[in-house]
Design a binder for this molecule. Sequence first.
Ligand code: ADP
Ligand code: ZN
Length: 207
Amino acid sequence: MFSIMQRNMGWIEVICGSMFSGKSEELIRRLRRAMIARQKVAIFKPRIDTRYSSDHIVSHSELKIPSKMVKDAWDILEQSLEAQVVGIDEAQFFSRDLVLICQKLANMGKRVIVAGLDQDYRGEPFDPIPQLLAVAEYITKTHAICVICGNPANYTQRKTADQARVVVGAADIYEARCRNCFEPPEDIKTEIKLAGKRRRGNKERLK
Ligand code: ADP
Ligand code: ZN
């Protein structure tokens, strides 16, 4: 994928998918290789995510790499001026400013690698990942294994009734599910039914 390396040019790579799909593993793999190549690497994660460690990115398979915890995307810009490669995990927890910052870093000639959840527990796009996907040069979608049926999983099922968008947790609260086995919250199902009703109503009026 990156066999033709650009010279003197930065770019954005996004790694996205459900929980347990291997985003952090893949991010760590790419960052380790950059370190082996003796490139200057700066690695960040948002302050919100202190599940396993405050000074490392840690995958569910316990791979880890040192990282800095930042309060917002602007901190990333300030702290990566020297870096050639910038890694960011749990990018869904940053505001939309992250898109501006990633663009700025790439325009400065840096390789920016961003990993994050592309959908929330409701199966809805998780800002700012969709916006990042639009401007990224390279996109990798990772899949977990559905815990119900073993198919490739693209969804994160929340096992509790909590309705907040951000509830930090791991296998205690979430599990990977495929499209068949994912159960969206009731109000999402109702939304689809209502949209169908509206459409049928419009058609009736046009008759
Ligand atoms: P992500 O960053 O996407 O949440 P991680 O890179 O942290 O994923 O973890 C991926 C690892 O999670 C896998 O290598 C595997 O060891 C573990 N894992 C646990 N549950 C599952 C699952 N249902 N499907 C795939 N991997 C899983
Ligand atoms: Zn399934």
